[in-house]
Write a protein that binds this ligand. Structure first.
Ligand SMILES: Cc1ncc(COP(=O)(O)O)c(C=O)c1O
Length: 372
């Protein structure tokens, strides 16, 4: 249905959107057009580029339902945004941060690095307790300053109930930070409903953008809690006035962007999000979830495979991981890649992550290979 929007080679079965996604046709065209414009006209239309940057922030605002695009900064990647939070907050010895036991290293290492200031990182074992959320909340005590979780775990595909965790954090005056890279562009996200103070996500997964440009959301009320570690011409209130000697930090989240923007990334991600918003996030989420349900149903038919991802629809998004019972995941992975199935070895199994546009026949081609 959406194949015309993509130009993937017919030989490729791309089930790896949880890693690095292919660009849609419109994104490739936007980058080519930007390159041509640079080469022929230089920065003659720089103001249009800046306008595109503003449109992009508005598209991102809509994607997460933020109150204002002033709460959105464009950073390099998820890790940089997490570091902006971790090294912006004022810690004292004995403080702790609650994460989960399944986090991608970006959302673990940065918190562990605060150990040098006497800050403890507490990984909640998501398999313990009545629910994954209960496991997270059980780790909170009077010294917890922040809870940092991925909305969808990169390996198992487990989806957390962010509203549940966010409500508890809010009630207890604890900051809530969400690595949303495995959600944004695949399923709906509502930063107001989940009461997150900080949200981050690079563009290159479900948002179908390039690597090296990331959303960083900082709730307006939390802005002044983050001390800045990077300074430059771009992050002051009166940014265009190079002659003025006095300066003030920008009121908006532009304060986190110290210098020139990644304009090529801006043009690329703007195009990718135009496609996603054109289709509409509710329609995309429905198709992503249908693909996930289909994969689960088919994998369940194989008695020699074990599903790693939770079956219940509310507990997963676009990531479906499973393990062969009579083989290693690495051997299965090698067989799949040999046949051009792009996927990954994660969480002790193989991870499939098709997007909304992935045709059913491509899923069937990959599933056929499970028979050995
Ligand atoms: C949950 C999660 N966070 C972060 C990243 C990547 O972080 P960055 O944007 O800093 O490369 C990944 C990549 O796999 C991920 O799965």
């Amino acid at each position: 249905m959406f194949e015309s929007e993509f130009c993937l080679d017919e030989s490729i079965i791309h089930l790896n959107h949880a890693a690095v996604s292919p660009w849609p046709r419109c994104t490739a065209a936007a980058v080519k057009a930007f390159a041509d414009e640079n080469a022929s006209l230089g920065s003659r239309h720089y103001l249009d580029w800046v306008r595109n940057e503003q449109y992009l922030k508005e598209q991102l605002r809509q994607l997460i339902n933020a109150q204002s695009s002033d709460e959105i900064a464009l950073l390099k990647n998820t890790s940089e945004a997490l570091s902006t939070v971790a090294y912006g907050l004022a810690w004292k010895r004995g403080d702790n941060v609650v994460i989960t036991s399944q986090e991608f290293p970006s959302n673990r290492i940065v918190w562990e690095s605060l150990g040098k200031y006497g800050v403890e990182t507490r990984p909640a074992d998501l398999d313990q307790g009545d629910s994954p959320e209960a496991a997270v909340l059980a780790c909170i005590d009077n010294n917890t300053r922040l809870v940092a979780v991925s909305s969808v775990q990169y390996g198992t595909g487990l989806r957390l109930d962010l509203e549940h965790i966010g409500a508890s954090c809010h009630k207890r005056g604890i900051l809530f930070c969400v690595d949303a890279i495995q959600s944004l562009g695949a399923i709906g996200f509502d930063v107001q409903a989940c009461r997150a103070d900080f949200v981050m996500a690079d563009a290159h997964k479900w948002m179908l953008g390039p690597e090296g440009i990331a959303l960083f959301y900082c709730r307006a009320e939390a802005m002044d809690r983050l001390d800045l570690k990077q300074y430059g011409w771009h992050m002051i209130e009166d940014q265009g006035n190079y002659d003025r000697r006095d300066w003030e930090i920008a009121v908006s989240a532009r304060r986190f962007e110290c210098g020139s923007p990644n304009m090529i990334g801006v043009h690329a991600l703007h195009a990718s999000l135009s496609l996603l918003h054109g289709v509409g996030m509710p329609a995309i989420e429905k198709l992503v979830m249908e693909n996930s349900a289909y994969l689960i149903e088919q994998i369940d038919r194989h008695s020699d495979y074990r599903l790693i991802t939770p079956r219940e629809a509310a507990r997963h998004a676009g990531i479906i991981s499973f393990a062969p019972l009579n083989d290693t995941p690495e051997t299965l992975y090698a067989r799949l890649v040999e046949c051009n199935v792009l996927c990954a070895v994660r969480a002790g199994g193989v991870r499939f992550s098709p997007h909304f546009y992935t045709p059913r026949e491509k899923l069937d081609q990959a599933l056929d290979l499970l028979d050995g």
